[in-house]
Design a protein around this ligand. Structure first.
Ligand SMILES: *Cc1c(COP(=O)(O)O)cnc(C)c1O
Length: 497
């Protein structure tokens, strides 16, 4: 199997696509063709463990990796770091939906599903392509991705991971999660600036030939764990197959029945993985794209116009979805446009120049045949958390609540009775203060820090606070470096000396 660039560059193998991250023409790598899973193959997944299901799916998407390589990578990724054997368990939400819980990994959010496996895929890809240098991952984070990357790369041989975060721009719990990270190959540096400063600094380092030379002299090569890497997308296809197999096992559906997935969306990676599962033969019904007040995708799916010009940027209680430019959407555009690299490149150039583009009638028809969309505001998120807790005794985080509210509205409006799955992307304890406020009212949080809110949430709901949160305040701080925003490159070199 070969991988195309969405902007037309020469096709490469999956391992090369993973090693490169971005194609040389600035495009994203996509499979030139999709594997075709038969009904028998999907049925065979029912008695399998998550790890076996992962092997069944990944071996078909990554044919230049051996079964043995993948088996070892999967065992390393989805082992003791997860707090339940099912890895990605399905829970009932009352009688009206299921929740696919993707937050049982080390950092309590869905990024772990991909970032636990990516380091293995990256180092294997390096070996296959004659790259002998240590892979040096640089990340700028607004909170969650940094910790997930650190945990993923922690002590993986042949890799090193350095994360920059805005000194005063992350929550108390997020900062502690990062600066208490162990391992001999992790670095965490605070930047005196905001997230944009950190991100701009990392981009500058990536395009600095002198820095690349300095790294090369140390036997290192720079790489990115960003969500545009195919190695982050492909592990996410697995859990849609796994969810379907679990619904079959439970008797909630029969083989061949369609299932709708409602996905809380930011960069469009998670929902695109569901689309890819459908293209590979999984009976996927409608993909419901759920947004918060940053609802550029809701408008795009309704009208075919993607427009960020003059659109305000809202900071919400579902911060991992506060995004205006969804980078993985480019992969969908390529598909809708009939795999025409020039067409995709023209749309992306227009977005850059004018802040907007419009897809043609044929693309819009294909888009709306597969996708539905909706959004919900801050009060709607709180109300949904309170309601599902009260009525269904299911406690959800702020991002999952966006999907739940949007799915509820979708069912009401369309009467679509297809079995539905809410993709649950974070533990409620990861956003404990907002969740506590939603179930117990504003005054419940008054003056409390994140940790006290989580304790109160546990006491109130009788749900268990994850050890990763409860233990944080007592853990030793291991990373104290701080740098100015124009001294980030030097800070990296100092850190690895
Ligand atoms: C990253 C993230 C999302 C958005 O996922 P995308 O793949 O970027 O669409 C949703 N919820 C949580 C908790 C996340 O961390």
């Amino acid at each position: 199997m070969q991988m195309f660039s969405t902007r037309g560059a020469q096709a490469v193998t999956p391992s090369m696509a993973i090693l490169r991250g971005l194609a040389p023409d600035g495009g994203l790598y996509v499979p030139a063709e999709f594997p075709e899973f038969t009904r028998e193959e999907i049925l065979a997944m029912v008695p399998m463990s998550y790890q076996e299901r992962a092997l069944a799916v990944l071996s078909r998407f990554l044919p230049d990796f051996t079964r043995e390589e993948l088996e070892q990578a999967i065992a390393g990724a989805y082992g003791t770091g997860f707090d339940c054997e099912a890895v990605a368990p399905m829970e009932r939400v009352g009688s009206w939906a299921h929740a696919l819980e993707l937050w049982h990994g080390p950092t309590l959010a869905f990024k772990d599903m991909a970032l636990q496996l990516l380091p293995y895929l990256l180092t294997l890809s390096g070996k296959k392509n004659g790259e002998e240098r240590e892979v040096f991952i640089l990340v700028a984070t607004s909170g969650d991705t940094g910790k997930a990357a650190l945990e993923g790369f922690l002590d993986v041989p042949g890799t090193r991971c350095c994360v920059f975060y805005p000194k005063d721009g992350v929550s108390q719990a997020q900062r502690l999660q990062m600066v208490t990270t162990g391992g001999a190959n992790t670095h965490v540096i605070a930047v005196e600036g905001n997230f944009d400063d950190a991100q701009t600094g990392v981009k500058r380092i990536f395009s600095d030939p002198a820095f690349a030379e300095a790294m090369d002299a140390q036997g290192r090569v720079l790489s990115s764990a960003n969500s545009i890497n195919f190695g982050r997308l492909v592990p996410q296809v697995v859990y849609y197959f796994s969810a379907y197999a679990d619904l079959l096992a439970e008797g909630a559906i029969e083989m061949g029945d369609k299932v709708n997935f409602c996905v809380p969306t930011g960069n469009f990676g998670d929902i695109l993985a569901a689309d890819y599962a459908g293209k590979a033969g999984l009976p996927v019904g409608r993909l419901i794209c759920a947004s918060n007040e940053n609802n550029v995708l809701t408008d795009f799916i309704a009208t075919g116009v993607y427009d960020i010009s003059g659109r305000p940027f809202y900071k919400t209680i579902s911060p991992s979805m506060d995004i205006l430019i969804s980078s993985n959407l480019e992969r969908l555009l390529f598909d809708l446009g009939g795999c025409d690299g020039e067409k995709t490149a023209a749309l992306m150039a227009q977005l850059k120049a004018e802040g907007r583009y419009q897809v043609d009638a044929d693309m819009l028809r294909k888009l709306q045949a597969r996708y539905a969309a909706g959004y919900v505001d801050e009060n709607g998120i709180r109300a949904e958390i309170a309601r599902t807790w009260r009525e269904d005794h299911y406690l959800m985080d702020t991002h999952t609540a966006v999907a739940s509210a949007v799915l509820r509205a979708y069912i009401e409006k369309t009467g679509d009775r297809t079995p539905s799955v809410i993709v649950s992307t974070a533990s409620p304890y990861k956003f404990g203060a907002a969740v506590l406020e939603a179930v117990a009212g504003e005054t419940a949080c008054g003056g409390k820090d994140d940790f006290a809110c989580c304790e109160a949430l546990s006491a109130l709901t009788g749900t268990k606070e994850p050890a990763q949160i409860a233990q944080l305040p007592a853990m030793p701080v291991r990373h104290t470096a701080v740098c100015k925003k124009d001294e980030m490159a030097q800070a990296v070199l100092n850190a690895v000396k």
